[in-house]
Design a protein around this ligand. Sequence first.
Ligand code: G3D
Ligand code: MG
Length: 189
Amino acid sequence: MTKINEDTVKISVIGLDGAGKTTLIAYLRYGRFIDDISPTIGLNTEVIKFEGLTFHIWDLGGQMQFRRTIWEQYTENSKGIIYVIDAANRRRFPEAREYLWKMMNLEHLKGRHIPFCILANKIDLVPDLSEKDLVNYMGISSYLSKDIRVFRTSSKTGEGVTKALRWLSERIAEQNYELPRLSYRRIMI
Ligand code: G3D
Ligand code: MG
């Protein structure tokens, strides 16, 4: 198990450009949909309070030129990963799948039981798409475990966002035995 000597835990939010990463973080920060967000160039970091906890979220730009270098580098010390998929854009599913597989197979993540929270985001646009559908599209049914889960979310309506984040927090707490009582600690993700 990973030891945490300070009360900071980093979470990386990754996914293709336009998947809704920054909008998700804005939703968490302001509690509502923010619709005038510019595309992220490089990296944004945000400190967000969620249910009495403090999260340090790293929002990593999804543009092609940043993916390999930034995603690999910045997920290195992460205690949790949020991979955001635009569930309404089937045309880009193959690309989303390719990068999801690459991330799940990164040496520094593999075998460390880093909780991996996969979001079928923009579910408000495709309400009939199930978690199982997305699992099939992404070809990850054999990957699913207690550390890898898919949630249907909307950064617009907020659907599923709290549930997904709560799951991630709980998984991180279980993985890091120094943080057994989340509610008594300040955690930065
Ligand atoms: P990114 O940070 O992953 O690159 P953004 O993506 O957060 O910049 O979002 C890209 C576009 O998707 C934005 O629209 C944003 O409003 C929209 N979006 C993000 N999440 C959702 C969602 O859950 N539902 C819907 N309907 N739209 C969403 P624009 O028009 O500004 O490009
Ligand atoms: Mg962005």
